[in-house]
Write a protein that binds this ligand. Structure first.
Ligand code: DGL
Length: 273
């Protein structure tokens, strides 16, 4: 059986990449809902209906678990979908606020995400729960999703946009940057340049894959019995089974598939920053 991983667009590749590193023997279906990207500036109701259609697709494609590789979709739709698709494990990514606060050693924590995630109760409640010392600030960065979808990861426009958005904060006070949207991992090199040296960047992908492994393990449904935490991308990358879909249409064209392979290479570079 397959593991289904989806997002509004290429951001979900962050999760797919991490899962492939930690579970190279699984079979994956990756689904980018490109007809509806971005999710983060839409209404809750719209996003819930898109997510519902994707999970139905995954259920019809022999998936033993579905990962919502989108912080926005998790925030608005995960609980409702779990109630609807009983028996199908649905795991959702969330901004890694808790570990960031735990590691911050008194420095401030900046959480960057989409507008919908920032305004959702789920994130606000999470911050309330873990942020006793009021160290956490939230910032919406909707344009990064647009840049990512057109493959513009490093440019003067990207730098100028981030510089402008970050200028509202006294960055020297920050020790943690939480990437609360899966699209944002593609921009880690620019974030690294703009944040003070030593800033720790964290996202929820590793924790989400661990949770996925735990759930599949409990059901005896793991293809990889021991997690390969040594993360040897070069050794495995050509042998892992992945089918790519855009809003339900399978990508079979060599040029398009090559684009996905290039995105993995970029993510692999970003992972090490
Ligand atoms: N990548 C998604 C997230 O993690 C959402 C991007 C969007 O479609 O706005 O929130």
């Amino acid at each position: 059986m397959n593991i289904g991983i989806f997002d509004s667009g290429i951001g979900g590749m962050t999760l797919l990449h991490q899962a492939m590193l930690m579970m190279p023997r699984e079979k994956y279906i990756f689904y980018a809902d490109t007809d509806h990207v971005p999710y983060g500036t839409k209404s809750r109701e719209q996003v819930i209906s898109y997510v519902d259609a994707v999970i139905r697709f995954m259920a019809d494609h022999d998936c033993k678990a579905v990962v919502i590789a989108c912080n926005t979709a998790t925030a608005v739709a995960a609980e409702q979908m779990r109630r609807k698709y009983v028996g199908l494990p649905i795991i959702g990514i969330e901004p890694a606020v808790k570990p960031a606060v735990a590691e911050s050693e008194g420095k401030r924590v900046l959480v960057v995400a989409t507008p919908l995630t920032v305004h959702e109760k789920k994130l606000q409640n999470l911050v309330k729960r873990v942020d006793d010392e009021h160290l956490v600030d939230l910032l919406e960065l909707p344009c990064l999703v647009r840049f990512a979808e057109r493959g513009e990861f490093v440019s003067d426009e990207v730098t100028a946009y981030l510089e402008k958005q970050l200028s509202a904060f006294d960055l020297e006070k920050y020790g943690e940057l939480v990437l609360g949207c899966t699209h944002f991992n593609f921009f880690k090199d620019t974030f690294r340049k703009l944040m003070p040296p030593g800033t720790h960047m964290i996202d929820g992908s590793q924790g989400t894959v661990r949770q996925l492994m735990r759930i599949l393990g409990e059901k005896g449904a793991l293809a990889d019995r021991d997690a390969d935490e040594c993360l040897r991308w070069e050794a495995y990358k050509n042998d892992i089974s992945v089918r790519y879909f855009e809003s339900g249409r399978e990508i079979l064209d060599a040029d398009r598939l090559n684009m996905f392979h290039n995105l993995h290479e970029r993510l692999e570079k970003m992972r090490c920053l």
